[in-house]
Design a protein around this ligand. Structure first.
Ligand SMILES: [Zn+2]
Length: 298
């Protein structure tokens, strides 16, 4: 049978049923055995940033949440006002977060040339802050703003000053207790009525965070760079993601198809479990530093 465009051949050794996940100690032994001496690409998600204080809305203990779509953002002015009002509060919390031991372990592994680069689904820039240099922000970053009219880019920090001038005292009036930190720098506040949205200073166009929202595609050039990163490595380490969205899962499929070992470190099951050679059910802040300690230089 000729495989269709959506099918692919997996290694004979891979079974349809994923192998049972291992705990931290046994998992680390197996990971060192499997990945030792190899150059690794890493794919990370929200789970790696939870210990930095950014909640993972897809984690096993997370409340259900309806994500904002690109269509809502561009078509509904009231929705957009609420979005920006919340973002005006929420982005500061993300901006104040700092990398944790998991981010730092990956930066050290890159320094030692064990890790060739990180593809992250997070928009928090914590890998950059931890010192990783080869990072692909697959879903963009909260820290940059783009104009949907003319394409002009600016920093979130500069926009914060403009929003503050347009809405004096708004951030102070929104009680801290009402604010809930969200991965996309969104925040929940009681009321956003009267909030004034800032438009592009150059063309008056609509401004949007440089974040890939549901209903949007990751730019092709970025996807290609991520595939190239996976191709330049000899194994793939997946850390802190349930691989719920295809934008991340496709790189696991790509590595598996190429016959590269795939190791998944996550607190719960993932959509990529059937493609993994090894699954470790553990937190990334514990697992990654231990792994960095034990993996030999290639
Ligand atoms: Zn513009």
């Amino acid at each position: 049978m000729v495989p269709g465009p959506r099918t692919y051949r997996v290694r004979v050794s891979r079974s349809a049923e994923p192998a049972a996940p291992l705990g931290l100690a046994a998992g680390l032994d197996a990971a060192v055995e499997l990945l030792g001496g190899l150059r690794l690409a890493v794919l990370t998600g929200a789970g790696i940033s939870t210990d930095s204080g950014i909640p993972d809305y897809r984690g096993p203990d997370s409340p259900p949440r309806t994500p904002m779509t690109y269509g809502q953002f561009v078509s509904d002015a009231a929705f957009r006002r609420t979005y920006w009002a919340r973002n005006h509060i929420g982005w500061r919390h993300v901006d104040r977060t700092r990398p944790n031991a998991g981010h730092r372990a990956l930066a050290q592994l890159e320094e030692r040339a064990v890790v060739v680069g990180v593809i992250t689904q997070n928009v928090d820039r914590l890998h950059h802050l931890a010192g990783s240099r080869s990072v692909i922000d697959l879903h963009g970053t909260y820290a940059d703003i783009v104009c949907l009219g003319c394409g002009a880019r600016s920093s979130r920090e500069a926009l914060a000053m403009r929003l503050e001038a347009l809405n004096p005292g708004f951030a102070e009036r929104a009680a801290v207790a009402d604010v809930e930190i969200a991965p996309d720098a969104d925040a929940v506040i009681a009321s956003t009525e009267g909030f004034v949205v800032a438009d592009c200073e150059r063309c008056g166009g609509m401004l949007k965070p440089e974040i890939v929202y549901f209903g949007e595609n990751v730019p092709r050039e970025r996807v290609d760079r991520a595939f190239a990163l996976v191709d330049s490595a000899q194994g793939l380490l997946v850390a802190g993601t349930s691989l719920a969205v295809m934008s991340g899962l496709r790189f696991v499929r790509h590595a598996a198809r190429a016959g590269s070992p795939v190791v998944v470190v996550n607190r719960g099951d993932t959509r990529g479990d059937g493609l993994a050679d090894l699954r470790i059910h553990a937190g990334t802040s514990e697992a990654l530093p231990s792994l960095a300690e034990r993996l030999p230089d290639p």
